[in-house]
Design a protein around this ligand. Sequence first.
Ligand SMILES: Cc1cc2nc3c(=O)[nH]c(=O)nc-3n(C[C@H](O)[C@H](O)[C@H](O)COP(=O)(O)OP(=O)(O)OC[C@H]3O[C@@H](n4cnc5c(N)ncnc54)[C@H](O)[C@@H]3O)c2cc1C
Length: 235
Amino acid sequence: MAARGRETLRHGPMKPVGLTNPHPGTEKPYAVVQLRQDNALATLWNMVGFQTKMRYGTQADIFRMIPGLENAEFARLGGLHRNTYMNSPNLLDPQLRFTSQPNLRFAGQMTGVEGYVESAATGLLAGRYAAAEATGLVLAPPPATTALGALVNHITLGHVSADQQGAPRSFQPMNVNFGLFPPLAEDWQYPRDEHGRKPKGKAKSVARKQAMTERARADLAQWLSTQDGLIAAAE
Ligand SMILES: Cc1cc2nc3c(=O)[nH]c(=O)nc-3n(C[C@H](O)[C@H](O)[C@H](O)COP(=O)(O)OP(=O)(O)OC[C@H]3O[C@@H](n4cnc5c(N)ncnc54)[C@H](O)[C@@H]3O)c2cc1C
């Protein structure tokens, strides 16, 4: 990340957004390291977002360069974590049911999604499917154009098990990202500015993501209203 530029960390793990500084008269921080308390004695603090592949000695040297951490003792250094997860594309149906035992549903990190929001989102969906089934309803899957749908689609259907040359590709944990969404309609056009010009460079990707987000919001609202209608009809 650091190799991508001096400012990269400040927009990632060290982003100073959403934090208030309790010390009066001090400016908004340039960058922050969030410390999350790890034990009741308050002697262990986790540096949020600092999983790194750097060598342990190098990590300690670099972290001590951060103002306030000059004399820190490091109880455990960072490493990339490894998730234990199932081969969902082969084992789960789009309603998150275990195909060989459909009364069993799975959700969360063990299904191959990664992250807090992704894990909670699949849990919510599995819960809605189970509740619907218990009341004799069948919920339509969230559209693939929404983040929920794109993610569940990826873990249950969308994963490609071989590359274009036919070599097998293993199923890897997935955060939600724009690459999972279906492309915009072929006749979609870039928005023009007041001079009628199309966006260029990075602005093109921002415009595409904005359009995908708007499409997702509209499709999610439509999907939710159908669900609410079904539930109201059942009541
Ligand atoms: C070091 C680290 C940092 C991370 N940082 C971030 C981050 O900054 N942002 C982010 O979005 N995600 C982060 N993640 C990922 C995130 O923590 C997980 O994706 C998410 O917590 C998974 O939620 P879950 O409910 O699916 O699983 P878990 O949170 O693992 O919950 C599973 C639960 O099941 C319990 N359990 C296991 N076996 C049994 C059993 N046999 N019987 C009963 N209970 C059992 C476990 O004790 C646990 O409480 C991080 C993960 C790690 C390891």
